[in-house]
Ligand binder design. Structure first.
Ligand SMILES: NC(=O)c1ccc[n+]([C@@H]2O[C@H](COP(=O)([O-])OP(=O)(O)OC[C@H]3O[C@@H](n4cnc5c(N)ncnc54)[C@H](OP(=O)(O)O)[C@@H]3O)[C@@H](O)[C@H]2O)c1
Length: 277
């Protein structure tokens, strides 16, 4: 029996066991996926015990994604660029391979939700410069997006992201976010604004072309005020659940040997778990 799990602190609210548990059942795999509560001072030990405990690997969540960069034996180029590890794979020689699947999840989510969309058709606007933004911006640079307008409440954080990733990133002031929508082909919210318990994102969509894709990576609630407003004026919209589900696929494939699918039944199972207290 193969084991995998998610290490975090706290980790009780992670939806990853619902996702991987659904796939283990769907594909009839003899394996399990557990919550692994690990405080920061025990991360190194917990990671290095994975092979002897029979684990094929694990996901990492807050606060371990950055700390793990220095603790794994190998890092893939995406994790290195993004500066965070969200997936660890135990290799056949016992070495720990650190990967980041968030950029893949973001792109797959858009590609499958809107199969005809050309992400490099025009400028992209990205709001936020936290951990998730690094994966989104790296993915957009790799897709050949001609211009990425990046805005963050703390401008310095956006500037350091732009310097770290390179590419056609133009940092603007947070106050310019509504005007920056003119001529954009894609808008992505990677801030926490609009998430349950947070204020809504204050953004005037008047200058955004109606053809622009609007993606909010916040997934609680699924329809954020931003998505509701964009949908109302006719923009194609993509919610944040797709990214969450698609980023999980690569880890499952590495641990359990099957590249799983994101199906309506999986979405329903995760949406039901999000609604649960
Ligand atoms: N769908 C998915 O798979 C997925 C994956 C990862 C994350 N997410 C979601 O993405 C969001 C961000 O996650 P993260 O890991 O990137 O978090 P993070 O590293 O803590 O970054 C938070 C971001 O939100 C901004 N922010 C927070 N409060 C703000 C406010 N009052 N006004 C303006 N900006 C504000 C921060 O700006 P400052 O830098 O100025 O503080 C920063 O850009 C969360 O809602 C998370 O659930 C979704």
């Amino acid at each position: 029996m193969k084991h995998a799990g998610v290490m975090g602190w706290p980790v009780a609210n992670s939806r990853s066991p619902v996702v991987h548990g659904h796939w283990l059942k769907q594909y009839g795999i003899d394996g399990d996926y557990r919550l692994l509560p690990v405080p920061p001072q025990e991360l190194e030990k917990a990671l290095h015990e994975l092979p002897e405990r029979g684990f094929a690997g694990c996901n990492l969540t807050i606060p371990h994604k950055e700390a793990a960069l220095a603790l794994v034996d190998r890092l893939d180029t995406t994790a290195q660029r993004i500066g965070a590890v969200n997936t660890v794979v135990v290799m056949s020689d016992g070495a720990l391979d650190g990967r980041n699947t968030d950029a893949f999840g973001f792109l797959e989510s858009l590609r499958l939700a809107l199969p005809k969309a050309q992400l490099n058709a025009g400028p992209a606007v990205v709001l936020g410069a936290g951990g998730a933004s690094r994966a989104v911006v790296a993915a957009l640079v790799d897709q050949g997006v001609p211009e990425i307008r990046l805005m963050n409440r703390s401008r310095a954080r956006a500037e350091s992201l732009a310097a770290a990733l390179g590419g056609p990133i133009h940092v603007l002031d947070w106050s310019e976010r509504s005007a920056a929508l003119a001529g954009a082909a894609l808008l992505v919210n990677t801030t926490k604004l609009g998430m349950a318990g947070q204020p809504a994102l204050d953004l005037a969509l008047d200058d955004l072309p109606q053809s622009a894709i609007v993606n909010d990576i916040v997934y609680v609630p699924l329809e954020t005020p931003l998505l509701a407003a964009a949908r109302c004026r006719g923009n194609p919209v993509v919610d944040g659940l797709g990214m969450l589900l698609h980023q999980a696929r690569a880890g499952f494939a590495a641990w359990f040997g099957v590249m799983p699918e994101v199906t309506p039944a999986l979405r329903r199972a995760v949406v039901a778990s999000l609604a649960a207290p």
